[in-house]
Design a protein around this ligand. Structure first.
Ligand code: AHR
Length: 645
């Protein structure tokens, strides 16, 4: 230690300075265009991301269609499940509640998704389809029960008539509770049938009925996503072909969308979720609408006739593939077709006569081998023949390299797909070490869609910690530098319910009342908000900055404002002196600047629902002339926006 201090003193005395890293940005000639949709989001109903998450329905198993029809419900008194003369043919079950006068009460409670989250003073829209075989009017009491079993709100509605009718009531909650319950009680002696029992916050995203949780949708909006890939992931493949995601089941009246199992229910043996199903209440119409709200290009992914190749690996024979291909063609018609077309009319009837302007479609998720290539080829031919401008996205399999990857990429080139969807869930070292991954990719082949990626820090059980986030920020400098070949990039997965998740890390965590943006979220946001329009060459010692001395950098021009945008990562544990010289400014100068940055000394720091320890901060940057001197803090990621005049 003494020796070290002496050395330090000596070097100071001799005037030895920390090394200045000189970087050069060439402003005169952009090297590539950055796609406006480059940074986006990938949504899948995993971790209770849709039902129980983004989809704002608070009642679980509202249609009694779960294989055990009372899952989510606690019936009391004489309550049975029936299906004679149902209200909805594709969801035929309903409950019959009989109050025979001997029991004080008859009815049922719903537990929601790990509880029902209600906030004091907020309004909730209750609805039920009901009928009574009895001639006289019957009274139902709709109650909100807190986690201490007190029913603190009670509202009565009347059921009359033998035909199904929709009844509604707005409940204003007098309390806040993340684990409340909904109770429905038949107060009058007699019989009532009930189906599709639903409770939504009135305050959904954009105030829509059958809407989305406002805070979660807002978090997506705040990412400024350019592309929105949905609805999965493995759920599009299904554990079996029968349970693949069938988009046609997810449109039309919400009450009649048939239930599907969720492929993530039993995937991990140590983490089973027997109550995980897809109501499809958040379906293709809602996904397209959300894309529109977010200003993101929709990118639906559709089954290619292979169930999950990790699970059952069922394969549709080539001579039976037509209905699957037809699903893809019909989907394009649903999104873009005129209102006079069959599927365009379905869209219009749902309230959106204008087309959604779909431009691309994913065929299959993480598929591999010849079985995939054969099927993709058939899909591609049919889509190209009918919709030549629609871009086709193929897959390079489940990993960043290896046999499957090496086989698939040349096949993707042979088929001439427009984009290849690459997936990589790797450790932070891999992300730091792969910032040059795309530097030597073939520029003449299909473009890259980094469709699922996340840094997995196994030393912390894959926390969404600062190490993972910074490694992603470093890696993404390489995506941006190679924007001529990398056209799209989306982190995965997007959402996780803190009490019901199967997979981590995830971009946004939530409980029934709150949500938390991870450090990884803020990295995505900083890229999404500051993409720029054109890549500028940025070099240090004649090379791209991709890990030398733990530094990572990329530069972009934002043509509409004329700003230069730098993204700089210092992954080292010491500050780094950087000088950036801007060539090609001619008589122009840097006149003002700001830096949005993330910094933390501790790799293991995470955000929690109670406290977001890592959030972007903004500071002004002193600029002068055609050069910039910066001291990059250790373990930091900064986005610099520089004005030029
Ligand atoms: O993002 C979670 C899963 O990871 C996706 O469903 C799948 O595509 C990948 O294996």
């Amino acid at each position: 230690m003494r020796k070290l201090t002496t050395l330090l003193a000596l070097s100071l005395a001799l005037g030895v300075q920390a090394q200045t890293h000189v970087m050069t940005v060439d402003v005169s000639k952009p090297t590539a265009q950055i796609q406006p949709e480059m940074y986006g989001i990938f949504f899948e109903d995993i971790n209770f991301g849709a039902d129980g998450g983004l989809y704002a329905e608070l009642v679980k198993n509202r249609s009694f269609e779960f294989p055990q029809p009372f899952v989510g419900w606690v019936p009391f008194g004489n309550v049975t499940v029936q299906d004679a003369n149902p209200c909805f043919d594709r969801n035929p079950h309903y409950v019959r509640v009989v109050n025979d006068g001997r029991l004080l009460r008859a009815g049922l409670d719903n537990e929601g998704y790990r509880g029902i989250g209600v906030k004091q003073g907020e309004e909730y829209r209750f609805s039920v389809y009901a009928r009574t075989p009895d001639a006289k009017p019957m009274k139902l009491s709709i109650e909100l029960v807190n986690s201490n079993a007190q029913n603190l709100l009670k509202k009565e509605i009347e059921v009359s008539g033998r035909d199904w009718q929709k009844l509604t009531a707005v409940l204003k909650s007098p309390f806040t509770d993340a684990h409340a319950r909904l109770r429905i009680v038949l107060e009058t002696k007699g019989t009532v049938d009930m189906d599709h029992i639903s409770l939504f916050p009135v305050n959904t995203w954009k105030g829509r009925e059958n809407g989305l949780r406002a805070d979660l949708a807002q978090a997506l909006y705040d990412l400024n996503p350019g592309v929105f890939r949905f609805p999965g992931g493995c759920i599009i493949e299904g554990n079996s072909l029968e349970t693949r995601y069938q988009w046609k089941n997810s449109v039309g009246p919400v009450e009649n969308r048939p239930l599907n199992e969720n492929r993530w229910n039993y995937t991990f043996k140590h983490k089973a979720f027997p109550d995980y199903f897809q109501t499809l209440g958040l379906g293709y119409f809602e996904y397209f609408l959300l894309s529109e709200d977010l200003g993101a290009e929709p990118l639906p992914v559709i089954s290619c006739g292979l169930s999950c190749q990790y699970e059952s690996n069922e394969v549709v024979p080539m001579d039976e593939l037509d209905p699957y291909i037809q699903d893809a063609l019909d989907l394009i018609e649903f999104a873009n077709g005129p209102v006079t077309s069959t599927w365009g009319k379905v869209r219009a009837d749902m309230g959106h006569p204008e087309p959604f302007n779909l431009k691309m479609i994913g065929i299959g998720n993480e598929q591999w081998d010849k079985v995939y290539v054969d099927r993709l080829e058939a899909f591609t031919k049919a889509i190209r023949a009918k919709y030549p401008t629609i871009k086709v996205v193929g897959s390079s399999g489940p990993s960043a390299s290896g046999d499957k990857f090496d086989y698939l990429w040349p096949e993707m080139k042979r088929l001439g797909v427009d984009l290849v969807d690459e997936h990589y869930y790797m450790n932070p070292d891999w992300f730091f070490g792969n910032a040059s991954r795309y530097d030597n990719y073939d520029r003449k082949g299909p473009k890259v869609f980094a469709g699922e990626y996340a840094s997995h820090d196994h030393s912390t059980k894959k926390d969404n910690n600062f190490l993972a986030a910074l490694s992603e920020a470093a890696f993404m400098t390489g995506l941006e530098r190679n924007a001529d070949v990398v056209h799209l990039a989306t982190y995965a997965p997007l959402f996780a319910h803190v009490d019901a998740w199967q997979w981590n890390p995830d971009l946004i965590w939530f409980d029934n009342l709150r949500m938390m943006r991870t450090p990884n979220y803020y990295v995505q946001q900083m890229y999404g908000m500051n993409a720029g329009t054109d890549v500028l060459s940025l070099k240090m010692d004649g090379k791209a900055v991709a890990g030398q001395d733990s530094l990572y950098a990329t530069a972009a021009l934002n043509a509409p404002t004329g700003e230069i945008i730098l993204k700089l990562v210092n992954a080292g544990s010491q500050p780094a002196e950087v000088q950036i010289d801007f060539n090609g400014l001619k008589k122009r100068q840097l006149v003002a600047g700001s830096c949005t940055y993330l910094q933390n000394d501790n790799w293991r720091t995470v955000n929690t629902l109670d406290e977001e320890a890592i959030v972007p901060r903004v500071r002004p940057v002193q600029v002068k002339g055609q050069s910039l001197k910066l001291e990059l803090e250790p373990r930091s990621f900064g986005v610099y926006r520089l004005q030029v005049k």
